[in-house]
Design a protein. Structure first.
Length: 212
C-alpha cells in the first residue's frame, strides 16, 4: 500500500476515529480543531457532517439529536450533555467541549491505543514482532522484529492495516491534545530485535501534509 492509496486509507482510519469520539458524549467550552488534511481531504458541508454523525450514532445505538444553528454550527445533544461542531470552508472541523470531558476522553483514547498495541503484540500474525513500543505522546512507534520474517511479510496483510490504524490514532491523539498542525508528528521505526539496526523508517506526517 503506497502513495495516495495508503494515505487515503490512513485518512479513513482517522476520520472514523474522530466520529467515534464525537458521538461518545464530549461537551462544554474547550475547543480543538481537526485540520482538513485528516478529514478525508474534502470540506464538509453542514448537512453532510450531520448525516455522517447520524449514521455513526445509529450504528452505536446512542440517542443523539443534531440541531443546525443559524451560524452554521451543529449542536449535538447526547444523553451525557451537549457539544458543538463548526465545519469551516477550508475543510477543518472545530469541536467545543468541557475541559474535564476533554481530559476524560483523552485518557480513554490513550487506554484504547494501549489496548490495540497489546492486541498486535498478541496477534497470531505478529510472529515477526518481538515488541511494539511508543513514546508518551503516541507520535513515534518502534517495531522490534525478526528481520528475516519481516522482509518476507505480505505488505497488505490485516496486521499491517492494524499497525497503520495505530498511526491514525496517534494523529487523532495529537489533535485532541491541542498540538498545532505544524507540529504534528507520526513516525515508525522498524528495528532488528537483536542488533537494533534500523530496517525501515517511515514519516507519515510528511506524507499527510505534503502538497499535491
Amino acid at each position: 500500500m503506497r502513495g495516495h492509496d495508503k494515505m487515503k486509507k490512513f485518512s479513513q482510519f482517522i476520520t472514523g476515529s474522530a466520529f467515534i469520539l464525537l458521538i461518545s458524549g464530549c461537551f462544554g467550552t474547550e475547543e480543538f480543531t481537526m485540520p482538513s488534511e485528516i478529514m478525508d481531504y474534502s470540506p464538509y458541508d453542514i448537512e453532510e457532517l450531520g448525516g455522517e454523525l447520524e449514521e455513526q450514532a445509529a450504528e452505536s445505538e446512542e440517542e443523539v439529536e443534531i440541531i443546525e444553528n443559524d451560524d452554521g454550527s451543529l449542536t449535538i445533544e447526547t444523553e451525557e450533555g451537549d457539544y458543538e461542531l463548526m465545519a469551516h470552508e477550508d475543510g477543518s472541523l472545530t469541536v467545543t467541549m468541557s475541559a474535564s470531558r476533554h481530559q476524560e476522553q483523552l485518557n480513554n483514547y490513550e487506554e484504547m491505543i494501549e489496548e490495540e498495541i497489546q492486541q498486535i503484540r498478541n496477534s497470531e500474525e505478529a510472529v515477526f514482532i518481538e515488541d511494539v513500543q511508543t513514546n508518551e505522546t503516541f507520535s513515534e512507534y518502534t517495531l522490534l522484529v525478526d528481520q528475516e520474517l519481516y522482509e518476507n511479510l505480505e505488505r497488505d496483510s490485516e496486521l499491517v492495516l492494524e499497525v497503520l490504524q495505530l498511526f491514525a490514532h496517534g494523529f487523532t491523539h495529537q489533535v485532541l491534545d491541542g498540538v498545532d498542525k505544524e507540529d504534528y508528528e507520526i513516525t515508525l521505526l522498524v528495528k532488528d530485535k537483536d542488533t537494533r539496526d534500523v530496517l525501515d523508517e517511515y514519516d507519515f506526517s510528511e506524507e499527510m501534509f505534503e502538497d499535491g
